[in-house]
Design a protein around this ligand. Structure first.
Ligand SMILES: [Zn+2]
Length: 143
């Protein structure tokens, strides 16, 4: 729900880039945004579609053309949103994941986080462990 997305996104970015200066807070904001926004819809919406993510990514590239600093910040948010889709298992629901390629109508799907029910508990623990793992790694890299 929270730690799962925070832990997986932060650990992924650290694992891939090994960059202490990466905008981790913005990645986390992006990773939490799809659920934080669509919980008010009452069902999973466009922010759980990879097509929407690609569109947002393209928009960011256009809007921030020639503005390197704001581009990297906004990309951090979009990367976080992408990672949300990955670690939400959004691809498991084909119609939701590829919206609107097979029709604009949005099915009445619950947010994957609610579908998981009690599975969220071990996932939160794993997320917390990943955060701790990343924290100790970053700290050791500092030395
Ligand atoms: Zn979600």
């Amino acid at each position: 729900m929270f730690l799962w997305f925070i832990g997986t996104s932060v650990a992924t970015i650290w694992f891939v880039f090994h960059d202490k200066k990466f905008a981790y807070r913005l990645v986390v904001a992006g990773a939490l945004a799809p659920d934080a926004i669509e919980v008010f819809l009452g069902h999973a919406g466009p922010l759980h579609s990879v097509v929407t993510m690609v569109a947002i990514m393209a928009a960011v590239m256009l809007i921030t053309y020639g503005r390197k600093k704001s581009r990297s910040k906004m990309l951090a948010v979009v990367i976080g949103m992408f990672l949300h889709l990955v670690f939400d298992g959004a691809f498991a629901n084909t119609e939701m994941f590829w919206w609107p390629l097979w029709g604009f109508e949005f099915g009445d799907y619950a947010l994957p986080v609610f579908d998981r029910g009690l599975w969220n508990i071990p996932l939160e623990l794993i997320g917390g462990a990943l955060l701790y793992w990343t924290y100790t790694n970053v700290k050791d890299t500092n030395a």
